[in-house]
Design a protein around this ligand. Structure first.
Ligand code: PLP
Length: 405
């Protein structure tokens, strides 16, 4: 993004906490902010007041963005009185914020944005597409005019998010271009009315495709920024003094993996009269919710010996199906009714690694079957030196029991 800018633009890259709220990971991001020479800053995009308070443990208030379609009046006041950037999600919320703002009691000068639904349609996965006619998010671009926004000079940001997984770069760029055009109109009106551009911050949301299939391996931030520059050069030319991004899956997915001991194996002879080993491990739909319930996400599996040596995936090797620990049959990490073939048959004590688990995995953990949430270890590699740091301990059985009251 910085490469595309002609200078003078502040970039704030907010990590979508819903993808990875682990404190130790946020500490890593926050540590980059300590380097004064870095022209870009990191912050947090928050989908709830809980995420806002979590973000405050790691980032200064001015690096926090509060999005949510369901903010209460006390939550709005909390954001406004703490100078946390607020993106208003609906016309009703706009009325609430107008009243709070006009009362003057709580607003301490944080910037206020309006989330606009650009109505550019759905990507490949309806569940993650939000720029549709039926979307619950944002104010449809056809439901508010540039004149109406220009009548609210305290709105100084426009925000959009077209969708996540499955929205190709072209669709994302379409969404941004529509809202940049809208912002340009607001600024033309405000310049005539008040002699100054009103929309100075532009928040492009998240959504760069992360991992849908093994072919889609490369994270496309540079390509996205280049396409945005081609399609809406105004974004990088200084019309806006600050650009905010809210990437989640693309930022974290590849950075993490889940490792589990094989607890048990069972042997069956399958429909093709081949031996297949059913493998039971300690991670399933309690962590890989999207994979198990919605069939989305791409999580390659690898088998390692008890000492960690990789036993490669091979064609016509030993067939395996991998299952989690939960008490229902959809708790499967291999493709549904599918299999993965390893160089040898898995045995109890081996280790299974589930890849691409850095985003929307621990953040979606659920207590179905009262399993404990797992330990989280951060690894850093410095010229071959690897350091490991436990940043979250595994929950105790007592803790999990306490969850149920
Ligand atoms: C408002 C908003 N911003 C950012 C994100 C993060 O999207 P992604 O993980 O696809 O980058 C989401 C995802 O749901 C979102 O709703």
């Amino acid at each position: 993004f910085l490469e595309q800018s002609e200078g003078g633009i502040e970039f704030l890259h907010c990590a979508a906490l819903k993808a990875c709220p682990v404190g130790g990971v946020l500490d890593v991001l926050a540590s980059y902010n300590k380097n004064e020479d870095r022209p870009t800053k990191h912050g947090a995009e928050c989908a709830s007041i809980g995420e806002v308070v979590l973000a405050q443990k790691h980032f200064p208030n001015e690096n926090i963005v509060f999005d949510s379609p369901c903010k209460t009046i006390p939550e709005l006041k909390y954001a406004l009185s703490n100078s946390i950037h607020l993106n208003i999600d609906s016309l009703q919320e706009l009325e609430r914020v107008k009243l709070i703002y006009q009362s003057g009691e709580t607003h301490k000068g944080g910037s206020i944005g309006l989330r606009v639904n650009p109505l550019v349609g759905a990507g490949a996965l309806g569940m993650f597409s939000v720029a549709t006619l039926h979307s619950k998010f944002g104010i449809p671009i056809t439901s508010i005019t540039a004149e109406e926004v220009a009548d609210l000079p305290w709105i100084n940001c426009l925000m959009l998010h077209t969708g996540s997984h499955g929205c190709g770069l072209d669709l994302l760029v379409d969404g941004v271009a529509k809202v940049v055009d809208f912002a340009t109109k607001v600024n033309e009106i405000s310049k005539k009315k008040r002699g100054a551009a009103q929309i100075r911050t532009f928040d492009i949301g998240g959504g760069v495709p992360a991992i849908l299939s093994t072919e889609n391996e490369i994270c496309k931030f540079r390509e996205y920024a280049q396409s945005l520059k081609e399609r809406c050069p105004e974004l990088f030319s200084g019309q806006f003094s600050k650009i905010v991004t809210e990437f989640g899956a693309s930022m974290f997915a590849r950075t993490g993996w889940v490792a589990s001991r094989v607890e048990y194996t069972k042997e069956i002879i399958d429909e093709d009269q081949r031996r297949r080993t059913l493998v039971i491990i300690h991670a399933g739909a309690d962590l890989f919710l999207r994979k198990c319930y919605a069939g989305t996400g791409c999580h390659p599996l690898s088998l390692h010996s008890s000492k960690g040596e990789l036993l490669p995936v091979v064609e016509l090797g030993e067939k395996h199906s991998l299952f989690g620990p939960l008490c229902f049959s959809g708790d499967e990490l291999s493709e549904k009714n599918g299999s993965v073939e390893f160089a040898r048959q898995a045995v109890p004590g081996d280790i299974v690694v589930v890849h691409n688990a850095g985003a929307n995995v621990i953040s979606l953990f659920n207590h179905h079957c009262s399993r404990n949430a797992s330990q989280v270890i951060i690894f850093r590699s410095n010229e071959g030196d690897i350091t490991l740091n436990s940043v979250r301990s595994e929950d105790s059985v007592q803790g999990t029991v306490a969850f149920w009251g």
